[in-house]
Design a protein around this ligand. Structure first.
Ligand code: EPU
Length: 308
């Protein structure tokens, strides 16, 4: 038995005692939009922020590596899976409407569902992001965006959990203390988003819904929707679009194994269910090499990768 395996079985006992839901040797392919990836030694589903803090403290004292899983929509997991603990945020799914446009929501809330609920209540702000298939925590951490929409401008306050050794756990950050950059933020493995307070603008629900549907229609015309993918694979280089560069290099439809560059948008890698993560990684490298050779631009990966 490896050290990690020993650690996870004693952690399993402690989680059972603490009433925190978990699974051992859980296949992660079920939890990613790419539908790929091997098992996690232990996958836990804390139902409250307090449980998340407890879980992190237990994992830390057992010296186990910890990773955080939202909707798994920007994530490639190794075929061999990952050792240690994966914290799934999906059970942190409460949404509270606090009046005057203020909405408080858990990190595990599915973003498109939050967009629809706020629109139905006549709250404007999130509708350009309706097609972003992430969790709210993932959207904040990655500072995901679409069509000039960026969540940063709407965030008032974030309750996060620090996973640093020696930290007490809960941290509350106000808008001015949070750094949002292109596809990056103050949050990540060391500071895990737990709950978010957003400030939206009251407006006519029908007008918001009309805009939301228009964004969804446009996305369906320009991106592969309804096939297995992990969103855009590469960040856009300054002043250009990675999709345009990959397309111009003639790479649409190029494949490794069952993974192929989307014919709809070249910055997406898609498959019909039979690919392996290693195929996707090999295709990413092949795309990077060709684009570098043809344009002298080295594309930087946007998609996150987990290896054992
Ligand atoms: N283009 C091509 N061929 C392609 C794809 C795009 O020529 O295969 C051209 C388009 O015609 C357009 C330009 O490239 O002239 C830009 O394309 P698009 O409007 O699709 O935007 P993008 O820069 O490729 C970014 C984000 C997307 C986001 C869209 C819409 C990144 C890496 N990508 O894509 O975000 O949905 O804008 O706002 O920032 C993601 O991050 O996962 C993602 C999908």
């Amino acid at each position: 038995m490896s050290g990690f395996a020993n650690g996870t079985s004693s952690l399993a006992r402690e989680l059972r005692d603490a009433g925190i839901d978990f699974r051992l040797d859980e296949p992660l392919s079920r939890y990613t939009t790419m539908g790929l990836g091997g098992p996690a030694d232990l996958l836990a589903h804390p139902a409250t922020v307090a449980d998340m803090i407890k879980l992190l403290a237990l994992a830390r004292s057992a010296d186990l590596p910890v990773r955080v899983l939202g909707a798994g929509s920007n994530l490639l997991i190794d075929d061999a899976g990952v050792r240690g603990v994966v914290i799934a945020t999906g059970a942190l799914e409460e949404i509270h409407f606090l009046g005057e446009g203020i909405v408080e929501a858990g990190a595990g809330v599915h973003f498109p569902a939050l967009v629809r609920q706020t629109a139905a209540r006549g709250l404007r702000g999130l509708e350009p992001g309706v097609g972003i298939p992430g969790s709210l925590g993932g959207i904040l951490t990655m500072n995901a965006g679409a069509y000039q929409f960026s969540i940063g401008a709407l965030v008032r306050e974030v309750e996060a959990v620090s996973s640093e050794k020696g930290d007490k756990g809960r941290v509350v950050l106000h808008e001015k203390e949070i750094d949002f950059r292109y596809r990056a933020s103050s949050f990540g493995a060391n500071l895990i988003v737990a709950r978010v307070r957003l400030s939206l603008t009251p407006d006519d629900p029908l007008a918001i819904k009309r805009d939301m549907n228009q964004h969804m229609r446009f996305r369906k015309e320009t991106q592969p929707v309804g096939v297995k993918s992990a969103g855009c694979i590469f960040k856009n280089p300054p002043g250009d679009s990675a999709g345009r560069l990959i397309d111009r290099a003639g790479l649409k439809g190029v494949s490794v194994g069952a993974a192929r560059v989307s014919e709809v948008h070249a910055n997406f890698i898609v498959h019909e269910g039979r690919a392996r993560t290693k195929d996707v990684l090999a295709l990413i490298e092949a795309v990077q090499e060709t684009v570098l050779r043809e344009t002298s631009i080295l594309l930087e990966r946007e998609v996150m990768t987990w290896s054992p």
